[in-house]
Design a protein around this ligand. Structure first.
Ligand SMILES: [Zn+2]
Length: 80
C-alpha cells in the first residue's frame, strides 16, 4: 500500500506539508512505539512488541490514520 509519509521512520518534526502539526507529533510518537516483533512467521502471526496484539495492532493503525489526517488537505481548520 502506498503511504503518503515515510512509513519506515516518519520524522518527529512535521514537514511543511503537514496541516496539523500537533496531531502529527502525537501520531509519530504512537507510530514509533507500536512496532512489530520480529520472529519466525511460521511459528505464529506477528505481534506488536508493545501491546502484544496481532499485527498491525490498533495503536499502529490509529497512528497511521493520524499521520494521514495530519497531512490531509481537507482537514477542518479551527474556526474563531
Ligand atoms: Zn501495539
Amino acid at each position: 500500500m502506498h503511504s503518503p509519509f515515510d512509513s519506515d521512520c516518519p520524522p518527529i518534526e512535521p514537514s511543511p506539508r503537514v496541516r496539523q502539526s500537533l496531531l502529527w507529533r502525537l501520531a509519530v510518537r504512537l507510530y514509533r512505539e507500536h512496532r512489530a516483533e520480529i520472529q519466525c512467521p511460521t511459528l505464529r502471526p506477528p505481534q506488536c512488541r508493545v501491546c502484544g496484539r496481532e499485527w498491525p495492532c490498533e495503536g499502529r493503525r490509529l497512528a497511521e490514520r493520524g499521520l494521514v489526517v495530519a497531512l490531509s488537505e481537507s482537514s477542518r481548520q479551527p474556526v474563531e
